[in-house]
Ligand binder design. Structure first.
Ligand SMILES: [Zn+2]
Length: 83
């Protein structure tokens, strides 16, 4: 499975579990423990299409069929120019 990094061409790709932030407009869903391959040189992360489809399907289930997520967090929003 591990190959060259398509972004920088480095050879070492590590299998990791990371946090993934899915966004659709102003709606977000954070998913933990998402499997990916991460380039050990440039840090670019690569996700299987099946993994991303599963996340999108879960987001749709939460938005449209009332599925309850594991937990919900509140996120503050700021404009840099108003700091
Ligand atoms: Zn890379």
């Amino acid at each position: 499975m591990a190959e060259k990094c398509p972004f920088c061409g480095h050879q070492n790709m590590a299998a990791k579990q990371v946090e993934y932030l899915y966004r659709l407009g102003e709606r977000f869903m954070m998913v933990t423990d998402v499997p990916c391959l991460e380039c050990e040189f440039c840090g670019e992360q690569y996700f299987d299409a099946a993994v991303l489809k599963r996340i999108e399907a879960d987001f749709q289930a939460i938005q449209h069929t009332g599925k309850q997520p594991l937990r919900t967090i509140r996120v503050p929003v700021e404009a840099y120019s108003s700091l």
